[in-house]
Design a protein around this ligand. Structure first.
Ligand SMILES: [Zn+2]
Length: 164
């Protein structure tokens, strides 16, 4: 069967490119967890939580933007066992609370998307009064902000302290 055209796929990646990581093959998040990556172009590791790894996103266009990566490869949270669901949700709550303490936003957004990397992860975005997206999720691609290595270290340390 012929591959769908870009128009037919609606802009989604080729189907096989999607299906492999859903099966856990060639999953970039599994590879980073297995290799113990502490930082790369996308994140700076903050801490190991109960069932996830907390990462400060390299793009800090929203101060405190973090990504929580589940340590188990599942596509959806309902594929976790009931106990694991509880642990992952507690990790989300601990993250939100720590970010609230450090950054004092007016709202916290928890986004479980995974349409590009189908490995359970949660974008945790503090929201600030006057930010440019009052009626929508944060758009991370708009005006990305990158910090110096020492600024990432300092921001991660403050979050780590607030997690205790
Ligand atoms: Zn994975």
């Amino acid at each position: 069967m012929a591959q769908p055209t870009a128009a037919e796929s609606g802009g989604w990646m080729p189907r096989e490119t999607w299906d492999a990581p859903v099966r856990g093959e060639s999953c970039p998040l599994c590879a980073e967890l297995a290799w113990g990556v502490q930082a790369n172009a996308y994140f700076y590791k903050v801490a190991d939580l109960r069932l996830s790894e907390l990462r400060l996103a390299a793009n800090q266009n929203v101060p405190g933007y973090c990504v929580l990566v589940c340590k188990r490869h599942v596509r959806e949270p309902y594929e976790l066992s009931p106990d694991e669901r509880g642990l992952f949700f507690e990790d989300m709550m601990a993250t939100g609370l720590a970010l609230e303490r450090v950054f004092q936003p007016i709202k916290m957004n928890f986004e479980l998307l995974g349409n590009i990397v189908p490995h359970l992860h949660c974008h945790v975005n503090p929201r600030y009064y006057g930010d440019p997206w009052p009626d929508s999720p944060v758009r991370p691609g708009v005006q990305p902000v990158y910090l110096t290595p020492s600024e990432y270290r300092e921001r991660a340390a403050r979050i780590r302290t607030a997690l205790r």
